[in-house]
Design a protein around this ligand. Structure first.
Ligand code: PLP
Length: 393
């Protein structure tokens, strides 16, 4: 098998559009502090990446290596991330009145969540550019994923989790050889502690959207949906915290259009958040371009959605608007019943974030915003094992 070459070309500020060289580690735009995005030579990619030509490629996200940022294949870490199943959810669909409901089952990723996609790519690329160690503030799943890939890369990792994170997340990181600190407060507080440690050690922070490469791993979800479904779905329902999933897929669909896999039409992207911490939902319905930080995020079982201020807020809102999508907040008490429906009707032991997404979809079906004949993909972003003590005490 020939090894695919990365067609990474440069980095671009998502706000002021200034460009930066790709082969130097970069964080936010030095002028406007907005996230940088990776840009590729898409002309060169078009003849190389054809849906019919991908059959013999690795069953992982590295099947799209031309549009991923790692140049030297020796740096491509892999634990089996990506290429997750797209399951038909007929019983759940029937219960909701939907004829074509699918679940993208991200719980089958290494360390049990879609965070593995972003970390596989970001850790690989950071090592290629000389990273010697990693820090990260995390609500839990990103920490486990970073711990795994840092271990595979033989680099130390120091992870900062809010003190009320369930014990399984701490144990997972320790089991993978990382150092974990418990920080009083929420994710923002953990972020401050992680920044101090990064400076002290000279290590690389992979905090959400403060570097360009985790989004690159996440965009492969859009590529896979196209390959697996043979066409773009009508609606994608996604539980949203920091927004890398939505932003990544939005970027992925734009690249697929440049590759002629799809036309200008887009799936309507839906962000689901918890009513007790819904900065994106509020900003979307107020018609704003930026989200203001949510003052006192309520505790929730859906840990990954407790993000009071997202670095990528403008990009999330843009993706929702330009796709014709929407944003919906769900109440805490809807999560457990939705979780049980996913388990009992589909055999999926979902993460609470995925259950929240189902609750959001149910709201949109009731409102008539999603119609019975539409092709709907619900993202279960992780598996439920690490949360079981919270879900079923
Ligand atoms: C992090 C996380 C989310 C939120 O994802 P973003 O793409 O950062 O918005 C959703 N579900 C789970 C299980 C997560 O770990």
């Amino acid at each position: 098998m020939t090894v695919s070459r990365s067609l990474l070309h440069h980095l671009e500020c998502s706000r002021c559009r200034e460009t930066f060289p790709a082969d130097r580690w970069s964080n936010l735009c030095p002028h406007c502090s907005a996230p940088l995005l990776a840009r590729y030579d898409l002309e060169a990619a078009r003849p190389l990446l054809r849906p019919e030509g991908l059959a013999g490629r690795p069953a992982s996200l590295w099947r799209y290596a031309e549009l991923l940022p790692v140049r030297d294949p020796a740096f491509r870490l892999t634990l089996g991330e990506g290429w997750t199943p797209l399951l038909r959810a007929d019983r759940l669909g029937e219960a909701l009145g939907l004829e074509h409901l699918y679940i993208k089952e991200e719980g089958l990723n290494p360390t049990g969540s879609f965070k593995a996609r972003g970390m596989a790519v970001a850790v690989s690329r950071a090592c290629e550019l000389g990273a010697v160690g990693f820090v990260l503030p995390s609500a839990g799943n990103a920490a486990g994923a970073l711990a795994a890939y840092a271990a595979q890369a033989a680099r130390p990792a120091h992870l900062f989790l809010p003190a009320n994170t369930p014990p399984a997340f701490f144990r997972e990181c320790r089991g993978l050889g990382a150092t974990v600190s418990s920080v009083p407060g929420h994710l923002g507080d953990a972020g401050r502690a992680a920044r101090q440690e990064a400076e002290r050690q000279g290590w690389t922070s992979l905090s959400t959207l403060t570097e360009p490469y985790r989004v690159e791993g996440k965009k492969t979800m859009a590529f896979e949906l196209l390959e697996q479904l043979g066409q773009a779905p009508d609606v994608i329902v996604y539980p949203t915290g920091g927004g890398t999933g939505i932003i990544g897929m939005w970027k992925g669909f734009a690249e697929l259009e440049a590759l002629d896999w799809i036309g200008p039409e887009r799936p309507r992207l839906v962000s689901v958040q918890m009513a007790g911490c819904a900065p994106i939902v509020r900003a979307f319905h107020q018609g704003r371009d930026r989200a203001t930080p949510w003052p006192a995020p309520a505790p929730t079982v859906a840990l990954g959605l407790r993000v009071p201020a997202a670095v990528g807020d403008a990009l999330i809102l843009q993706a929702l608007r330009e796709s014709g999508g929407t944003a919906v907040a769900v109440e805490e008490e809807t999560v457990l019943p939705a979780w049980q429906r996913l388990g009992r009707l589909e055999g999926i032991l979902a993460c609470p974030e995925g259950a929240a997404a189902l609750a959001g979809l149910e709201t949109l079906v009731q409102q008539g915003w999603v119609r019975p004949h539409e092709r709907v993909v619900l993202f279960n972003t992780g598996n439920g094992y690490k949360y079981l003590d919270r879900l079923l005490p």
